[in-house]
Write a protein that binds this ligand. Structure first.
Ligand code: NAD
Length: 429
């Protein structure tokens, strides 16, 4: 039976969605009411309005945020987003999801997120550096290697992390590599960090294909499976080329300007080259142009939304034809879409599990930075594989036991860990 699709406008406030997901998980658990009240809300929120000198000599004001959702299990960890649509509620949601993500994979961090309301593509390199250094200074009252450790997210990259690390270090008078992760290798970044999120997505897809017994059709993991990827930044592009390396046919790719489709499979590294030359995947030769909406409903085995929130909604969920949806992005599905997929028996690998490879290798980078001792890439990828496979199995089992979908299964594991840590620490004073 396919559930009735709501036709009215869906609530798309990311923080309300995050709270709703939390509330749904809590219904399946026996928790202390006071702790539940505490975990529904972020611990602290900083809003900063700050000036940046532009290339033409003028001064422009920007608004940024840094939100800590929970510090119970360790220092807070979470990326920094530069995007014109950033809001405080979005940053709150992303911070809360970071708490659960770190707990799902059981690494000793709480959740945070930051954002600046800006289109980074509209800035020169100097303006971007000025903005980053000033924002880093503004949030430095919250940021430190043992307090809050940022990382890249949409619109930021290793160079932005390098400026943050340098700004913080200048204020301290000595280098502090462990204050951010996702840094360039030359200044203490970790081998394998750039690929980590996409690699973790691939590990999850392979585990899901095994669990769904798809080997009857695809006996060698991803080999021959048809994959469509929405978003072609850090997460989407790495997921796409690792899928292709594993033998998958990457039939469609998109970015903010539109998508490309070839049912015989795209040459992903050549698409990356085309994007580097032209700024977008669109007009890639040898592929048909499609819209982002069309990509989501293509006939494929695995769909990887790896762009932004609320891409799959009440409006389009019933037309999705993939068997597995692997959430490379944070929050790409609305609760209504989740319900549609549960009903249609389409497996959703939830963001707080699926894209946790990034924060896991960020954890390795932080540990390496604190110890000034660096690991080989093979060791990092092996430990990442072990953590992702273990976490996938734990979430799968929990979902089976509670007869819930994988998202609620992941929440149950994560919320239990954070709840128990809170109870053991006690409510101060
Ligand atoms: P990015 O800035 O590197 O890339 C974003 C991509 O999405 C770009 O290709 C952009 O063109 C595309 N895009 C933007 N708006 C779009 C739209 N409306 N439709 C289609 N495509 C659109 O960002 P990223 O780091 O790859 O992050 C992507 C998602 O993954 C975000 O939800 C982020 O929070 C999540 N995530 C990132 C990491 C990480 O390590 N970078 C880790 C975990 C989760």
């Amino acid at each position: 039976m396919v559930m009735e699709i709501r036709t009215g406008p869906e609530q798309l406030n990311a923080f309300e969605i995050a709270q709703r997901q939390f509330d749904e998980a809590v219904e399946h658990m026996t928790l202390k009411a006071g702790v539940v009240k505490m975990l529904r809300l972020p611990k602290r929120e900083l809003t900063v309005n700050f000036p940046v000198r532009m290339d033409d000599g003028s001064v422009k004001m920007f608004t940024g945020y840094r939100v800590h959702h929970s510090t119970v299990r360790g220092p807070t960890k979470g990326g920094i987003r530069y995007h014109p649509a950033v809001t405080l509620d979005e940053v709150r949601a992303l911070a809360m999801w970071m708490t659960w993500k770190c707990a799902v994979v059981n690494i000793p961090f709480g959740g945070a997120k930051g954002g600046v309301v800006v289109d980074p593509k509209g800035l020169s390199m100097r303006e971007l550096e000025n903005l980053t250094r000033r924002y880093a200074t503004e949030i430095s009252i919250l940021m430190s290697p043992d307090g809050d450790i940022p990382a890249p997210d949409v619109g930021t990259n290793p160079q932005v992390m390098a400026w943050i690390m340098d700004t913080y270090s200048m204020h301290k008078g000595h280098s502090v590599p462990a204050v951010v992760t996702g840094k360039p290798i030359e200044i203490g970044g970790s081998q394998g960090r750039i690929e980590a999120t996409g690699r973790g997505v691939i590990f999850c897809i392979e585990a899901a294909m095994k669990r769904l017994e798809m080997h009857a059709v695809y006996p060698n993991g991803l080999e021959g499976a048809r994959v469509a990827v929405q978003g072609f930044g850090n997460v989407g592009s790495v997921t796409a080329y690792l899928a292709q390396d594993a033998g998958a046919r990457v039939v469609a790719i998109s970015d903010v300007r539109g998508g490309i489709y070839n049912p015989r499979g795209l040459n992903v590294r050549d698409v990356i080259r085309h994007r580097e030359e032209t700024g977008s995947v669109v007009n890639y030769p040898g592929a048909e142009g499609i819209t982002n909406g069309e990509l989501l409903t293509l006939d494929c085995d695995v769909l990887v939304p790896a762009a932004l929130e609320n891409q799959i909604t009440a409006e389009n969920a019933q037309y999705v034809r993939a068997k597995i949806i692997a959430e490379g992005a944070n929050g790409p599905l609305t609760p209504t879409a989740d319900a549609v997929f549960a009903d249609r028996k389409i497996l959703v690998i939830p963001d707080i599990l699926c894209n946790a490879g990034g924060v896991t290798v960020s954890y390795f980078e932080w540990v390496q930075g604190l110890q000034y001792f660096f690991w080989q890439e093979a060791q990092i990828n092996e430990q990442l594989r072990a953590i992702m496979n273990r976490s996938f199995e734990e979430v799968w089992q929990t979902a089976q036991q509670h007869k819930v979908n994988m998202r609620i299964g992941a929440y149950i594991r994560a919320v239990q860990r954070v709840h128990d840590a809170t109870v053991i620490r006690g409510i101060y004073p």
